[in-house]
Design a protein around this ligand. Structure first.
Ligand SMILES: [Zn+2]
Length: 161
């Protein structure tokens, strides 16, 4: 069986940036299980895995436009401290969930604090970065109709609901 749309795929992976720092890894834990063709993983990685078989080991280099997007300066804005009512102490690097104008949830990170001004950055923490994935394909199975309808994998490593 090869990886194609509507297959549930288990992978072991290590994600590093251009500086060689490990950003994320399944090492020491369970493999990542995702539904191919459903946008569960970044587009560049999904594309590279299409057609691969169990046991294959790949090094996949993904440019920002096929990962978390280019860094967008317009997503940086300055807010008043009063917007953060209920937060005891604001610190640079803190992250908050916020809803974007299009209704999508996004993570904003505090970049700077200056008096009443709080500079926040709505870029994904990995925006603008080229990412390298070392991937080993552990398992491939047909997804169930329910999983396909939901757009994600159920059971071990997947959604429980
Ligand atoms: Zn579901």
């Amino acid at each position: 069986m090869l990886i194609a749309a509507n297959k549930a795929v288990s992978i072991d992976y290590t994600l590093t940036n251009d500086a060689g720092e490990v950003i994320d890894s399944s090492a020491g834990g369970a493999p990542l299980v995702y539904l191919q063709g459903a946008g569960n993983i970044i587009p560049g990685l999904e594309k590279a895995l299409e057609g691969q078989a169990v046991g294959a080991e790949l090094k996949v280099c993904v440019e920002p436009e096929d990962a978390y997007g280019e860094y967008a300066a317009e997503l940086v804005s300055t807010l008043s401290r009063s917007m953060f009512e209920g937060v005891d102490e604001l610190e640079v690097g803190m992250q908050f969930h916020a809803s974007a104008p299009d209704g999508q949830m996004q993570i904003v990170t505090i970049r700077d604090l200056d008096g009443d001004d709080v500079t926040v950055d709505g870029n994904h923490p990995l925006a603008g970065q080229r990412l390298t994935f070392d991937v080993k394909i552990v398992a491939i199975r047909d997804a169930s109709e329910e999983e396909i309808a939901h757009g994600h994998v159920h059971g071990e490593g997947g959604h429980h609901h």
